[in-house]
Design a protein around this ligand. Structure first.
Ligand code: ADP
Length: 884
């Protein structure tokens, strides 16, 4: 919506126009007294979004000015709703104190300035944040390289609510994976950078500095001479880091929150998960955005918000190196053995405040008394937890020992805060009473003066009642008038002649008077109160400085979060239903009695989840899974993918036993990905996602796919599924589970030696289909589609008609059917570098001959004969196939 021209605006509106021009993309919260007012199109948009009344105020260019407002005291709740609706808000405060009326007072509106830009990625208030989620601002900068296909990316992310600041360089095709992992609240990127599905989170504008400027600016922010002080950063990482910092600075009107210095992630080290895989697995959120029925919800036993955030980070970024995974496992395994320590730890962590977020608010000058108390309480809880951990019988493993080293710090600060902060704290520093009595003599003196005067006043009521002969007289404090004597109107006549009473106000029921004595005491109370307030704010400010200067505080916050995640794992695994997986460097894959944690949790009490094994070792690395709909195929596919994520995140796995060779990339294509809203057909989406797998998966990857080829005609689909299966088996050589309703594909097992056909066991009972959810070797012989239709409530006449039609069709097909041309030569592998060292598949007869052959025992002549014989055999095999 366009704004009218500011010409001819009243002085107040002219100020509004100029502030609005600084932040055209944001709604302007324009502070007027106790309200934030919005005008023109801002007012119209906000009134709609907040469901509040739209009114008008004055006119501009002869037209009424649309206006709406929200009370300052309730602003957070309104801000939260606006941010959730995708708005940004610029908050303009009065930057000079309200003027008291009188002579010589400046005219015109009070000075105002935008003190903060509230955007999705720069939130600090608890009301605006999800306690258990990170809230990331992400900046993306393109690397050098002319063609987009060769250009890598520098990415930086900041969570100003906790002070985390990290960067990474990713290859050209790695951006979407990283954005999927970070799930940013807001993204800064130059206009030309394509963000795909993440485009809706793009910030309205982003300025991209040159690399040298960027390095200098980041270094300056952290007061070091050179960014290299913090590690090695590529140019694009430095640019992204500077973009993020600039945006934070701008959003906080120049103030900088406490930020950890930037930490550069080295390349790799993290399991590759593309956005389609994340979407299909419901890791942290389901597709509709809910946090229920997710992997995180099913494994999370954390008791603090920072712990829950860290657990989410671990799940979003599983590792690919054995040692750090084992370290995490050691941490929770120790806690399983040390049951007493675990119970004490869990108990101790309960009620631990969110230190990181409190620190962020304190560093932005937005700290509340309870934020300082959070640090005080956090420090003392940490000390108690350190003592509890020291009670373990066995020596604690690395992650716990590391945490313990930090926990005992900050004792001097803790003592100081304990003495300084009052027992019961007000909501805001301005309310007074934050600092405890006895902490600061000067503050105590001012408070004493104020309280003495109050005591004198309290005693005055009796004196006055006697003096004026009015027993019902009261001395009261009145918001505008100060201390007054209140006399009921009926008795007011009795004091009419008293010259020492100064009439302040007369109402229908009472008359209010002041005396010189009251005026003096009143002034003394006000002045002492003001001085006490000033003193209190100054003390609070030094406390905040002390807190921010203590390096132990953020370290303790981090240590407590790690301990919370470890105890969560131990709590989960202590019941014996979750195991510690064996993580190896080879291509092992064996899950024993594995379950799907989310489906299991959602089953009604009367039903038990059927656990299943899954073995994909090098001899049978491709599992072909057939079976009817509803038999549990997608559940099985997902549970194996989830097991890898949990295992490599260092978490327990829902299985009896698990042995997993590190997976470098995991692809999961399970469940209809409905992308029709974006104008791509289901089949197109399916093929795009299949293409990604074929181009990126390698021998260390795990691929679980469901129903490739379902989106097109049967023969087309079969052909595509077949070719993809062959490519996975022989070219990519990845571990995979390939679920399909093309039962014919099971015949390929004869030519693909590492293919192991499995099926979901199904029984028929009195004409009904019974799903046993059990994965057994073999192939499905029928589809049970008609049975499932009946189960779903398709009317009986239609089901019976379908059954009759099916019998007819099956007969026809049996007459004309030919077996699949199983041994037709496939094209040579598309990626020779990744090709199976065994080359293309060798016919069985040839293989047998080769097996029986002993080269050392051959004469040269015998060898030549053998070559002729082999060649002949090969030729026969392929002829046989062509005509077969
Ligand atoms: P498919 O992909 O074969 O159509 P699903 O995996 O969606 O089937 O499973 C259908 C339903 O069957 C699930 O919602 C769940 O209730 C149940 N189910 C699946 N696997 C199991 C299992 N192993 N044990 C118990 N119930 C299961």
């Amino acid at each position: 919506m366009t704004l009218p021209s500011p010409d001819g605006a009243t002085p107040a509106m002219a100020q509004w126009f100029s502030l609005k021009a600084e932040h055209p993309e944001a709604l302007l919260f324009f502070r007027m007294g106790d309200f934030y007012e919005m005008f023109f199109s801002d007012a119209e948009a906000a009134a709609g979004a907040l469901d509040i009344a739209l009114t008008t105020r004055g006119t501009h260019g002869d037209m009424p000015i649309p206006m709406c407002g929200v009370p300052v005291a309730a602003a957070s709740a309104y801000l939260a709703r606006l941010i959730r609706r995708g708005f940004r808000v610029a908050v303009a405060e009065q930057t000079e104190p309200p003027r008291k009326p009188g002579k010589g007072v400046a005219k015109g509106p009070l000075a105002r300035a935008v003190v903060r830009l509230v955007t999705p990625g720069t939130l600090t208030e608890d009301e605006l944040l999800e306690a258990g989620r990170q809230n990331l601002l992400v900046a993306v900068a393109a690397g050098a390289g002319r063609a987009p296909s060769t250009r890598g990316w520098g990415v930086a992310w900041i969570d100003i609510s906790t002070g985390a600041f990290e960067t990474a360089s990713v290859p050209p095709d790695g951006l979407m994976d990283l954005l999927g992992r970070l799930d940013p609240a807001e993204i800064l990127a130059a206009a030309g950078v394509e963000l795909g599905d993440f485009d809706a989170r793009r910030a309205p504008q982003a300025t991209v500095p040159a690399a040298a400027t960027a390095r200098r600016r980041v270094a300056e922010t952290f007061q070091v001479a050179n960014l290299d002080a913090f590690g090695t950063f590529s140019d694009e990482e430095a640019v992204a880091a500077a973009m993020a910092l600039d945006y934070v600075r701008r959003s906080q009107a120049g103030q900088m929150p406490r930020l950890a210095h930037p930490h550069a992630h080295e390349n790799g080290g993290i399991l590759g998960l593309d956005p389609a895989t994340r979407a299909s697995l419901d890791l942290l959120r389901t597709r509709d955005g809910s946090t229920e029925h997710t992997l995180l919800a099913s494994v999370g036993r954390t008791v603090t918000a920072p712990g829950s955030r860290l657990l989410a980070e671990w799940i979003a970024a599983p590792l690919t190196r054995c040692a750090p995974i084992a370290a995490r496992q050691d941490g929770w395994s120790w806690l399983i053995d040390e049951g007493g320590v675990r119970a004490a730890l869990r108990q101790g962590l309960r009620g631990t405040p969110d230190i990181a977020r409190a620190l962020a608010r304190l560093s932005l000058g937005r700290g509340l008394p309870r934020d300082a108390a959070a640090v005080r309480d956090g420090l003392s809880i940490a000390r108690r937890i350190a003592a509890a951990l020291a009670d373990g019988r066995a020596a604690p493993p690395a992650p716990i020992a590391d945490a313990m080293r930090h926990l005992g710090g900050g004792t001097a600060l803790e003592e100081r805060l304990k003495h300084a902060l009052a027992d019961s704290l007000p909501a805001r520093v301005e309310d007074g009473g934050v600092i405890a009595a006895g902490f600061d003599p000067e503050l105590d003196a001012e408070r004493g003066l104020r309280d003495d005067s109050r005591r004198i006043i309290a005693g005055l009521q009796n004196d006055y009642a006697q003096q004026f002969g009015v027993a019902s007289l009261k001395v009261r404090h009145h918001a505008q008038l100060g201390y007054v004597i209140e006399i009921p109107t009926a008795a007011a006549a009795r004091v009419r002649d008293r010259t020492d009473l100064i009439l302040r106000q007369g109402t229908a029921s009472a008359a209010r008077f002041a005396t010189d004595e009251l005026i003096t005491l009143d002034r003394r109370i006000a002045e002492a109160g003001e001085r006490a307030g000033t003193r209190e704010r100054a003390i609070f400010a030094t406390l905040v400085r002390d807190i921010l200067a203590e390096p132990a505080v953020p370290a303790i916050a981090q240590a407590l979060a790690v301990l919370d995640v470890l105890q969560s794992c131990a709590d989960l695994a202590a019941g014996g239903l979750w195991c510690r997986p064996d993580i190896t460097d080879d291509a092992a894959f064996a899950l024993t009695a594995c379950r799907h944690p989310v489906v299991e949790a959602a089953l009604p009490r009367s039903e038990r989840f059927t656990p299943n094994d899954c073995v994909l070792d090098p001899a049978q690395r491709v599992m072909l899974l057939t079976g009817p709909n509803m038999a549990g195929k997608s559940t099985f596919l997902r549970q194996n993918a989830l097991a890898v994520i949990l295992a490599q995140a260092g978490l327990p796995v829902p299985a009896k036993a698990a042995r997993i060779g590190i997976v470098d990339r995991l692809f999961s294509r399970v469940g209809a990905s409905d992308d029709l809203a974006r104008g791509r057909s289901t089949f197109m989406v399916e093929m795009t996602e299949t293409a990604a797998i074929l181009n990126l998966a390698g021998p260390r990857s795990l691929v679980v796919v469901d129903e490739i080829g379902r989106g097109t005609a049967t023969l087309d689909g079969l052909a595509i599924a077949w070719a993809v299966l062959e490519a996975m088996h022989s070219t990519l050589r990845c571990r995979s589970i390939f679920a399909t309703h093309f039962h014919e594909l099971a015949e390929l097992a004869e030519s693909l030696p590492r293919l192991s056909p499995h099926t979901m066991s199904v029984r028929e009972w009195k004409g009904q289909v019974v799903f046993q959810h059990e994965v057994v070797p073999g192939a499905a012989r029928r589809s049970w589609g008609v049975h499932v239709a009946r189960l779903a409530g398709v009317p009986e006449p239609v089901v019976r008609r379908a059954a009759r039609l099916l019998t007819g069709l099956e007969k026809e097909r049996a007459v004309g059917a030919r077996p699949l041309p199983l041994f037709a030569p496939a094209d040579p592998p598309a990626r020779p570098e990744a090709a199976d060292t065994a080359g293309p598949e060798i016919p069985e007869a040839v293989r047998q001959m080769l097996d029986q052959l002993d080269p050392d025992a051959l004469t040269p002549r015998g060898a030549l004969d053998m070559v002729y014989a082999l060649k002949k055999l090969m030729l026969e095999e392929s002829r046989h196939l062509d005509h077969g």
